[in-house]
Design a binder for this molecule. Sequence first.
Ligand code: HEM
Length: 440
Amino acid sequence: MDPAPDDRTAVTPPSPDGQSRRALLRAGAAAVAAGTSAALAACLESDSSVDVPPGVDDPTSLPDGQHAWNDALAHDADGNVRPPAHHVFLELSLRGGPDGSARETVETTLRDLERAVAWGPEGVLFTLGYTRAYVDRFDASLEGVSLPEPDPMPVLAAESDVTVATNDALLHLASDDAAVVLAVEEALFGDRQRLDGTSLSGSLADVFERVDRRTGFVGPGLPAERQQGLEGLPDGDPVPEEAPFFMGFRSGFRESQATEDRVTIADGPFAGGTTQHVETLELELGSWFEASSHDQRVARLFSPDHADREAVGKYGDRLGTDPGVLETVDRIADDARERGIVGHAQKLARARDDGDPVLLRRDVNTTDGDVCGLHFVSLQRELSEFRRVRRAMAGDEFRQYGVGPRQGNGILRYVRLRHWGDYFVPPRRQRALPRPNPDT
Ligand code: HEM
């Protein structure tokens, strides 16, 4: 997958004229998905307004948590955190052992990046997380963090055709600017020498092989734009223009999200880090839009009560910062028995901790492989919390009311699990090939 060294370019993106940023944003989702130099060139050519805002002089001034993105992110008109628009997920496999020299290459390259490009959605935000397979390279156990084998079976009994993350690491890059996220990916792996005037002195390609590449996008307009020409979608462009997600609704409301503090590891050598779960779900948007009305979609995604009260609006526009699902939890058995439907968010709000959400979700749409899907990304202090919440989504207990996965059990009928990965994301100071027991 790694291009030959002579594929290097020295493109310095031109400075902004601000003219057609929106056009670029839209063209960008396709370019990021293609992920080639040609796509980048097309992306840059289609609008000359791409620049790389410079980073910090002192990378140690950046937040301790690699996942501490929220302070750098903008908010929507209601006050919900607005995620970066364009995402690349790279599964990485170590070329050699995780020794001191590889560790130094990784740290130097990432620090160079932080000096070259702003930490934020106008520049780039990223996390580098590690798998169980990485930890197993060492003759020591991971201190203070429980990192299970990647296996959906204990959580979801009946899934098939699911791949699991068995490489060493996952690099998640995110930016509002498609050209920046592509340029950063190229620079990190030595396929481009300069980032708007600054060079990275090392290359992650000396340490890691990129074995898988996934891409995503999120934000109003982007799913509507991407729905055109995709297989499996009914005619008539059913995804509303304003919807940030393919299923047609907003998500990630402030009161339904854990805070970054809540998902941050509190003690031990990896204090300040977090754990990350990433799964890919294929979406059956044909039946989602064709076999159900707007009210039924609201009932399945939020709750039947939300549909009765018309509380959601066309795409979640009436919801502000609180989708109001906690209030619907008590009636869930009645909804199952009497209505034959339980809402996705209604089910999941049952898994809060004393009323507080435990997952910080950063999911994004995808059209990887020309299939509509969702890369579901969540951060939590402990992966056991994720599994507990995911079991609440499976909602097995509603079978007793005849509400199984093929019936009105949230959105289960419309999603199919394809990939499952669990990672630990060390704090920034430990991000470069950490030893599992750094204090000993
Ligand atoms: C295609 C897949 C999915 C879609 C379209 C989706 C969409 C939504 C929507 C619209 C909400 C309501 C409000 C909000 O986001 O703030 C929600 C809530 C939530 N979803 Fe999902 N979701 C999906 C998959 C998942 C998965 C795989 C999980 C993993 C456990 C999950 C966990 C949650 C949680 C924890 C909440 C918040 C519940 C609360 O308020 O406490 N979702 N989701």
